[in-house]
Ligand binder design. Structure first.
Ligand SMILES: [Zn+2]
Length: 147
């Protein structure tokens, strides 16, 4: 951490206190220019790694899952139902060690959960996820549902 005023890195903590269960507030003083400022520390949840289809990795972003399901559900699902799916995906990944998962796996978990919750959302999500090339494959999915 650098002093906001003179950019020195010699910073002392003069006071620390809990704001809530997850946040600590610290008063800090720059040794060089004596400028005082406040910083907040938050507990970081465990870092989850997502492996994309091109092999690149990124940090797990719960909001991406939620956005995907929201688009697929087109207001058919309640926010809490969507949150529940995101929770379940997150819980599944954290069981792995080190915690990592492929985008493919995430998609398949979401699809399984959606299938039980809402067929229309499921089909819409699956159509994007599986990159259906033509209407036939989409109809095949529909046929499977009717059975
Ligand atoms: Zn300073």
């Amino acid at each position: 951490m650098l002093c906001p005023k003179c950019k020195s890195d010699e910073i002392q903590v003069v006071d620390s206190r809990d704001v809530d269960e997850k946040t600590i507030r610290r008063r800090r003083e720059c040794e060089a220019c004596k400028f005082r400022f406040t910083s907040y520390e938050r507990i970081q949840p465990i870092k989850l790694t997502v492996i994309k289809s091109d092999g690149k990795t990124e940090n797990f972003d719960r909001s991406k899952i939620i956005r995907g399901i929201e688009i697929a559900s087109n207001n058919r699902l309640k926010r809490e139902q969507i949150e529940k799916i995101a929770d379940e995906v997150e819980a599944k990944i954290t069981q792995e060690s080190p915690p990592q998962v492929t985008t493919k796996k995430i998609g398949s978990i979401v699809i399984r959960k959606l299938k039980k919750m809402d067929e229309v959302s499921y089909l819409r999500f699956a159509s994007v996820y599986k990159n259906f090339q033509d209407i036939d494959s989409f109809e095949q999915e529909l046929e499977k549902l009717k059975k």
